[in-house]
Write a protein of this length. Structure first.
Length: 128
């Protein structure tokens, strides 16, 4: 007895079982390929040298007075009254653009640091 699907030209052939078997074989092959790790090996990563920890320090450049005391640093810069009288503050002199003129004895002090131009006066940052 012949199969009516194969012999009857009026009825289209049902491809479902064949496609199902083919997809099972295809996905089974893919699963085996992934399990046996047949391809997709990435190149080994290049060794990156470690960064010097000094570059990773997020602390500010200036240190607090308490930090300087703990580190037993030289605190002579903070002894203003060794040269100045306590009740008689020094007179501040300014140039034509209202920038502070630093006296010769304080030539190591940098004024106007930063690009914004706001650090041109001690009192912009320090409260005396």
């Amino acid at each position: 007895m012949d199969d009516p699907l194969l012999t009857d030209p009026q009825k289209p052939r049902d491809w479902s079982p064949l496609l199902l078997r083919a997809s099972v074989v295809l996905f089974g092959g893919l699963a085996a390929a992934f399990l046996f790790d047949l391809w997709g090996h990435p190149e080994p990563l290049a060794s990156i040298p470690l960064v010097d920890p000094a570059f990773l320090d997020t602390a500010t450049v200036r240190r607090s007075y308490a930090g300087l005391v703990r580190a037993k640093e030289d605190l002579s810069d903070f002894d203003c009254y060794a040269c100045h009288e306590k009740n008689k503050p020094p007179v501040l002199r300014f140039d034509g653009q209202q920038n502070l003129i630093v006296p010769q004895e304080h030539s190591d002090i940098v004024m106007g640091h930063g690009e914004h131009g706001r650090n041109n006066n001690c009192f912009n940052c320090h409260n005396v």
